[in-house]
Design a protein around this ligand. Structure first.
Ligand code: NDP
Ligand code: 8X3
Length: 259
């Protein structure tokens, strides 16, 4: 087995949206995969699709990134099997609610902070030491334009994505004496299940988010991830902001066209 076959790409939140497209993109590039999320059935469907279409080895794991013990167990198992990730895509995340701060739900806040910040830290804390030991690897953290600029009702989601950007900077400085790189990808609006999750299953409200303009597709973000990962070893992309052409920042959005 070649070294690359033992150096898979680990994607969290691979059961939908951006994470699923990252998995497809890496599979097209011939990379073996470790795919984690809570919805195992969806991961198993993706596993069959990618193994059949691209002949890559796909390992799936039912995982809640908030569960530190489960993360540790999975990463230990991977290490025992010699499957140390070459690339970690910390993509699992969500927004919950869009209420003003003074009306916010504690439950929504906990879900966002525990998933987007603590979950990312849990996975990184167990995977990055393995990369450091091998002196190779790349951590790609899924940030957001929400981590560059706050918007009304974004409050805690904004704070978690500002944290993702800060943690990417922190990883880069702490890893300076290694060849391990860290990148943050900061997309604007991407049409996925994101808004349905944010609005607690209200499909009509979710659809309105993407009405009247052409949002990013998850494939566009997967392209950006592939770009930073495939950059030559002496090049390190720290933060890549990628927006729909119709959306110049969280406030400036032209809903006047669809093409
Ligand atoms: P989706 O809702 O389509 O996908 C979210 C993914 O995260 C799912 O695979 C979900 O899997 C997984 N996930 C959520 N919570 C957990 C958890 N506790 N443990 C493990 N996996 C979890 O949304 P997107 O693809 O849009 O979101 C992916 C990332 O991109 C998020 O970090 C989001 O903040 C970010 N982002 C999204 C933008 C957008 O406009 N859509 C723009 C900028 C950034 P499961 O439910 O099976 O666990
Ligand atoms: C998701 C994009 O603009 O809803 O991170 O915050 S936005």
């Amino acid at each position: 087995m070649s070294d690359d076959r033992l150096s898979p790409v680990f994607v969290t939140g691979a059961s939908a949206g951006i994470g699923r497209e990252c998995a497809r993109q890496f599979a097209r590039d011939g990379r073996d995969l470790i795919l984690a999320a809570r919805r195992l059935e969806r991961l198993e469907e993706l596993e069959s699709e990618l193994e059949e279409a691209h002949g890559v080895e796909v390992r799936v794991a039912e995982l809640d990134v908030r569960d530190r013990d489960a993360v540790e167990e999975l990463v230990s198992r991977l290490e025992r099997e010699g499957r140390v990730p070459e690339v970690l895509v910390n993509n699992a995340g969500l927004a919950a609610g869009k209420a003003p701060l003074h009306e916010g739900s504690f439950d929504d806040w906990d879900r966002m902070i525990d998933t987007n910040v603590t979950g990312l830290l849990n996975v990184s804390r167990f995977v990055v030491p393995l990369m450091v030991r091998r002196d190779r690897g790349h951590v790609v953290n899924m940030g957001s334009i929400a981590g560059h600029m706050v918007y009304p009702g974004g409050n805690v989601y904004n704070a978690t994505k500002f944290a993702v950007r800060a943690l990417t900077q922190a990883m880069n400085v702490d890893l300076v004496d290694t060849r391990v790189r860290a990148s943050c990808i900061s997309p604007g609006a991407v049409e996925t299940e994101f808004s349905e999750v944010r609005f607690h299953g209200d499909e009509e409200r979710a659809e309105q988010v993407y009405e009247g303009y052409r949002p990013l597709r998850p494939e566009d973000v997967a392209d950006a991830v592939a770009y930073v990962v495939n950059a030559p070893p002496h090049v390190s992309v720290h933060d890549l902001v990628i927006m729909p052409t119709a959306q110049r920042n969280p406030y400036v959005l032209d809903r006047g066209r669809r093409g």
